[in-house]
Structure formats: structure tokens, C-alpha cells
Design a protein. Structure first.
Lengths: 326, 144
């Protein structure tokens, strides 16, 4: 049993700050705020990412009308997590979690567990990713002229923050499936969308098994950042298992950009991607009563740059959270 | 979940790399760059010796690529041209200048100084190694 069920976990407030390309995407109007400048008015990309996170958190706390949370969980993609530089300002117990691009569901899931089983009232969960800092850490310098592979994805510049609380509200988190790490000896770091497919599949199967549900019980099942190749592969795997998808399966990496017109290769990636789509698109659909129950399966590549250079494979993971209208 | 089955499935889900198109563009753009360099060379030969003109052309290409990198234009051009800009000296210049730009916030020593050759370092290392090997070979041949 890897699924935790919750009865008293509600969404109090949320906020998403994005960068330039995301603002021009299909959900541009849903985001709280944006910056055309990748530095967010600071002197380096890393400080810019911290500033973006700071903005998202302050807006989120403001909207929830609380001064500070009791506990906070944060994640991003950097080595040793840049969110630690911000944690001292939060003035509450803090844990930084690393789950690469699966971080969004990981922090929300852990926040929900804390609320359900701990004695706290408000938990702040946030996830951020930044295109330039990720490019610099995982790939090449930003201005380096190289033709990327067609199968690569673009890291989303976005930070989403959400306050969960045990006070009743219109949306609630009902379950969290903690994923198993899978290593299927896949080694291409430029094709991470495909690498994460078996993890998404495994977590979805575990979730369906534990909750005794199937695609029919959901209005939408969103994967984190598989991109269009990963999405096609997962769809085929699901259809092989005789699931009727009925266009209920989609991917945040495909949704966040206009992949036919924006120059983003196979779609978006990063923990900010799934967090931003969840807090804007999904929440608004749930609030307008177009949907009742949504499953987010955030996927992540847990590779280490040194180990992949030593020809080791990429371990992958996916965590799922279920959001429902109260 | 069967790993063999997944691997077979993954083989079918490949986006074909546009190798032919990319090679064609690289061929043409590399050619255009060479024509520009040749025209520059011809122009400079009016005022400089043949040897100096060649060196000046190389310096202009290196400087031009570095300036374009700083302006954020080079990576857009290289995305289109590929090896057409990567193989000539412009690629080397871009590798140095982009690494230097990226690390400027970490300071002159730990940032620019130690990271500038992060990408171009292997070109220099193996350039020196192969120069040593070939100089021995050429000395050996000259003794025969």
C-alpha cells in the first residue's frame, strides 16, 4: 500500500509566478504575475529564481490571509536546493525535498500528510524551476550555440506556491501515492520525457490498485512533464492494458506551451511546470465545476550529472496526488 | 512491468532526427561563412601582407562570434546553422565566451578563470597531445 488517503486537507490559497515564454503560452492569463526578465530584477539567474519563489510565496500567504505557515515544504531543481536561501525568511519549520520534476506532487503530498497526521493548521508547499539555472546546471551554458536533439524538452520558468489547511474550502487533496523509483537502464539524458514513462505508468497502476479506481473515476489524469514523445508512449502502454482513455490522459508539459507555435521542442519540463498547470488550469476547471476529480502524476528524472557521464542509467520516479471538489 | 517490452516500445517512439536537412544547412552556412572570410581576406590583402591578412581574418571571426554571443544572437544562429558555425573557429570562440559569460557572477578566479575552458578545454588538451604525437612521428619520418 503506497497510497495515503486524507479527509481534512483543503486548499486555502495558491499563487503562480512565471517567466516570459510561459506568459505567452495558452494559460498566460491565469498566472498571478510574470516577469519578462529572466533575472527577475536581480544580478544572477539563481538569485532571480529565489526572487520568483519569494514573490509566489508572499502572494500566496497574502491571498490566504495568514502571516506565516506552521510548516513549509519546498523544492526546486538546483544542487542542494536554492529554496534553502529563502527558508530563513519563512520563520517556520522547513524541509527541502528533492524529487526533480516530480517535486510538485511530492511537496503537496508531504504537506497533506503533515496536516492529516500531524497537529498543524497551515502548511505551505512550493516548487520552482527556472529555465536558465537548470540549463546551466544540467546542460550547457545558456549562450552556447548547439543544436539540441528534437526529443529534448524546455525547462519551465515558474514557481507555484500553495497553502494547505484543515479549514474547509472548495478544493481538497484526497490522496497521495508515493512513487517507487524505477531504473530501466535508459541512458539518454536528452530524452527525459521517455525515460520517465515507466515511472508514471507504475505510479498510476499503484494508485488505481490501491484506490480501486480506473480512468473512468477521473475527469482528467495529468502526467507531469513527459512531453509529446513520452505522452504518446504512455498512451500506448495504457491502451495495451485495455484502459479506455477517452481523452482523459494529458500532460502538463504539452499543455503549458503552445507546442505547435512556440519554440519549445517536445514541451515543458521541471517541477514548476506541473505545479503551474495544477494551480491554474486544473484548479480553475475544478472551481468552475467542469471537473470533479483530477489526478496529477508528477514525474521526475533523478539522475546525477557525474554518474550519467560515467555511463550510468537514469533512475526515475513519479508521485501522484488526487484533487477533488469538496 | 517487463523491461524488454518497454525497451521495444521505446524504440518505436523516436522522433526522427533531421540529419539530412541539418547537414544541408550546415554545408551551405559553413560555405557562406567561408566565402565571407575569403572576401575579407582579399580585402585585407590590399593593405597587409598575405600572412597577416590570414591572421586578421581569424581574429575578426573570433571577435565577431564573441560579440554575437554576448548580444545573445549567436545561439540563435547556431541553432539554425549547426556544424556550419560549430566547426569553424567561431564555435571555439562561442564555447569560450559563453562559458565565461555564464560564470561571471562567481568572480574572476573561481568563475571566469576556472570555468572559461570548461567546454573548450578538451579541444586544447587533445590539440596539445596530438601535436606532441605528430611531432614525434614527423621527426621519425625525417630521420629515415
Amino acid at each position: 500500500m503506497t497510497t495515503f488517503n486524507f479527509k481534512n486537507v483543503y486548499v486555502k490559497s495558491e499563487s503562480v509566478i512565471v517567466g516570459n515564454t510561459e506568459k505567452d503560452g495558452p494559460f498566460g492569463d491565469l498566472f498571478e504575475d510574470y516577469s519578462r526578465d529572466p533575472y527577475f530584477g536581480k544580478s544572477s539567474f539563481e538569485l532571480g529564481e529565489i526572487e520568483m519563489t519569494r514573490l509566489a510565496i508572499s502572494k500566496c500567504l497574502q491571498k490566504g490571509k495568514i502571516k506565516q505557515a506552521d510548516v513549509a515544504y519546498g523544492t526546486d531543481l538546483m544542487n542542494q536546493l536554492t529554496c534553502h536561501y529563502l527558508a530563513s525568511e519563512l520563520n517556520c519549520s522547513f524541509t527541502g525535498l528533492y524529487g526533480a520534476c516530480s517535486g510538485s506532487a511530492l511537496v503537496i503530498g508531504h504537506g497533506a500528510m503533515m496536516l492529516e497526521y500531524g497537529s498543524v493548521h497551515n502548511v505551505l508547499c512550493f516548487a520552482s524551476s527556472h529555465a536558465q539555472t537548470a540549463e546551466r546546471q544540467f546542460r550547457y551554458p545558456n549562450e552556447y550555440g548547439i543544436q539540441k536533439k528534437e526529443c529534448s524538452t524546455t525547462t519551465v520558468t515558474a514557481c507555484g506556491a500553495v497553502v494547505l489547511s484543515n479549514e474547509f474550502s472548495d478544493l481538497k487533496i484526497t490522496s497521495f501515492t508515493m512513487g517507487k523509483v524505477i531504473d530501466w537502464q535508459f541512458k539518454d539524458v536528452h530524452d527525459m520525457g521517455k525515460a520517465m514513462v515507466p515511472a508514471a505508468y507504475q505510479t498510476m497502476m499503484d494508485h488505481f490498485y490501491d484506490t480501486k479506481r480506473t480512468f473512468d473515476d477521473y475527469d482528467l489524469v495529468l502526467t507531469g512533464d513527459l512531453g509529446k514523445i513520452g505522452y504518446a508512449m504512455l498512451s500506448e502502454m495504457m491502451e495495451k492494458e485495455r484502459f479506455q482513455l477517452h481523452q482523459k490522459l494529458n500532460d502538463c508539459g504539452i499543455l503549458i506551451y503552445d507546442i505547435n507555435h512556440q519554440d519549445v521542442y517536445c514541451g515543458g519540463s521541471g517541477c514548476g511546470c506541473s505545479m503551474a498547470v495544477l494551480l491554474t488550469h486544473v484548479f480553475s476547471k475544478l472551481r468552475t465545476k467542469e471537473m470533479k476529480r483530477v489526478l496529477l502524476v508528477a514525474t521526475g528524472c533523478l539522475h546525477n550529472v557525474f554518474l550519467t557521464q560515467q555511463n550510468q542509467s537514469i533512475p526515475v520516479v513519479a508521485h501522484a496526488i488526487c484533487i477533488e471538489r469538496s | 512491468m517487463d523491461q524488454k517490452m518497454i525497451r521495444e516500445l521505446s524504440k518505436r517512439h523516436q522522433i526522427p532526427q533531421k540529419k539530412l536537412k541539418n547537414s544541408g544547412i550546415a554545408f551551405l552556412s559553413g560555405g557562406v561563412l567561408s566565402v565571407i572570410a575569403q572576401l575579407l581576406n582579399e580585402g585585407l590583402r590590399q593593405n597587409f601582407s598575405d600572412e597577416n591578412a590570414v591572421i586578421l581574418v581569424i581574429l575578426i571571426l573570433i571577435g565577431g562570434a564573441a560579440v554575437l554571443t554576448g548580444l545573445g544572437i549567436y545561439d540563435q544562429l547556431a541553432k539554425f546553422a549547426g556544424a556550419g558555425l560549430f566547426v569553424p573557429i567561431t564555435g571555439f570562440s562561442n564555447a569560450l565566451s559563453s562559458s565565461a559569460m555564464e560564470c561571471r557572477k562567481e568572480g574572476l578566479i573561481y568563475g571566469i578563470g576556472s570555468n572559461m575552458f570548461k567546454l573548450a578545454g578538451s579541444v586544447i588538451t587533445y590539440g596539445i597531445v596530438s601535436a606532441i604525437i605528430f611531432s614525434f612521428i614527423s621527426y621519425g619520418v625525417s630521420l629515415l
